[in-house]
Design a protein around this ligand. Structure first.
Ligand code: SF4
Length: 460
């Protein structure tokens, strides 16, 4: 049988990234040669994203570029789920499509097309039901010290702008046993930080345990020796309750970081979005229950019918709650969801202007918040080294990979080496913050946690 060398491109969110790693793990186990240099590849597995217009454009551009290079394409993920007919019709280089609930069929798909050069295969379940578990092998593609753990698939909400439930199906939790088993395998391989991902992590367990069981999962993961950080991504406002927040506050390994996409603040816009209407309640609760917490959120501007008054409401909300990390997106019209049929769509120019006004405000808030970090000693997971600058690059417990701040760390050349140890890659190091930029911090590796800058300088 022909054994093609397989390249890979993973687009979209961390949930997609874990699917990619599982498919690569399966292919590797089946004896296929995998390359991370697509120039060398005969076939390319492209795990696509179809969340909004820009994500689709990026997916299509990637497919066309690889097709132009003469690669045979296996298209997986949300676009395969969403546009199977269009992709097969428009892209002759597409040898196979693999849906979001069909990832474990990847080996059979590639074996089939490798054997018969005329064959094109479509494995896209109409209702995606399958999900990954720890029995499936996984090839890590990210930085070794940090790994995503997909705790559930799908979503039971019906936000009026979102296509995800159509593409990923109903919410399906994995069991606590399965997740702890996979986490133990990851930690045994050197992982220090586990990042829990799903479309709606605070909903975890409701389908299989008839209760919101994220606190139980956190406690079970917390028992794993050598695991340093547990991070939760994507909490939903009305499910982020006191029990969950108290568990985050209580368990030292769970980072004091809450990622809670709120999407807007004005009750009328939130009603049109079919989202919970009073985000101030959950914001107050988070700040009350978790000391020294940092909060990440995302907002959508330019939703159909959004007025200047609604935008002012949102800006006042952001000013009041001073989000530590914030993403603002312009609304992207999609005809497959209810908001795509609302009559009062706004021009792109208006949406963009609203976004840039808010981002300008957030730039100031982020600068002020980061400035307040100067002088603190904080734990930082080091993930890379920039030779040209002579600096390590890492993240604090308040920063998720790829979307939040970075911390640039220098090794102290002058001090006593016992006081200023060499920075250790892929480990959590203690760093004295010396300088702050709006979205990044700069500091020096120090020996041990101390309360404040004066104490560090006295030790030196
Ligand atoms: S909760 Fe998130 S994934 Fe679910 S429908 Fe709303 S925006 Fe989409």
């Amino acid at each position: 049988m022909r054994n093609p060398k397989i390249g890979v491109v993973s687009l979209g969110c961390p949930k997609n990234a874990t699917d990619t790693e599982v498919m690569l793990g399966l292919l590797n186990e089946a004896g296929f040669e995998i390359t991370f240099d697509n120039d060398e590849a005969e076939m390319c597995l492209v795990n696509t994203c179809s969340f909004i217009g820009d994500a689709r454009k990026e997916s299509v551009a990637t497919l066309i570029e690889l097709a132009d290079q003469g690669k045979e394409l296996i298209i997986a993920g949300c676009m395969a789920q969403h546009f199977k007919q269009e992709l097969m019709d428009e892209i002759p280089e597409a040898r196979a499509l693999v849906g979001t609930g069909d990832t474990r069929k990847i080996v059979d798909v590639i074996k089939a097309i490798a054997q018969d050069s005329a064959l094109r295969v479509v494995e896209v379940s109409d209702i995606p039901n399958d999900y990954n578990d720890e029995v499936l092998p996984r090839m890590q593609t990210g930085v070794g010290a940090s790994a995503y753990l997909k705790i559930a698939e799908g979503c039971d909400h019906s936000c009026s702008f979102c296509i995800i439930p159509q593409l990923r199906g109903k919410f399906r939790s994995r069991s606590i046993e399965s997740l702890v088993k996979e986490a133990r395998i990851l930690v045994a391989g050197g992982v220090k930080e586990i990042i829990l991902v799903s479309q709606d992590s605070s909903y975890y367990g409701l389908d299989i345990y008839q209760r919101m069981a994220l606190p139980d999962l956190l406690r079970a993961l917390h028992e794993i020796p050598d695991l340093d950080w547990i991070r939760i991504m994507y909490c939903y406002p009305t499910e982020t309750n006191r029990a969950l927040l108290e568990t985050i506050a209580e368990l030292p390994k769970v980072v004091k970081y809450v990622d809670i996409p709120l999407q807007h603040s004005h009750p009328d816009v939130l009603a049109a979005m079919a989202r919970p209407k009073h985000p101030e309640k959950v914001m107050d609760l988070i700040r009350e229950v978790i000391p020294d917490v940092k909060i990440r959120s995302t907002f959508i501007v330019g939703f159909p019918g959004e007025t200047e008054e609604h935008v002012e409401h949102l800006m006042a909300f952001i000013e009041k709650y001073r989000f530590d990390r914030l993403g603002v997106f312009t609304y992207s019209k999609q005809t497959e969801v209810p908001s795509g049929h609302m009559s009062n769509q706004l021009p792109e120019k208006v949406k963009k202007a609203r976004r840039s006004k808010i981002m300008k405000m957030q730039h100031r808030i982020a600068s002020e918040l980061n400035q307040a970090m100067v002088g603190r000693v904080i734990p930082v997971l080091l993930e890379a080294y920039d030779e040209s600058k002579g600096l390590y690059i890492g993240r604090s417990q308040w920063d998720a990979p790829g979307i939040d701040n970075q911390v640039f760390v220098r090794e102290n050349q002058e001090g006593n080496p016992d006081d200023f140890p060499a920075a250790e890659m892929a480990e959590i190091n203690w760093v004295l913050v010396e300088e702050a930029h709006p979205y990044d911090l700069f500091g020096v590796a120090v020996k041990a946690p101390v309360k404040d800058r004066e104490a560090v300088l006295q030790e030196a």
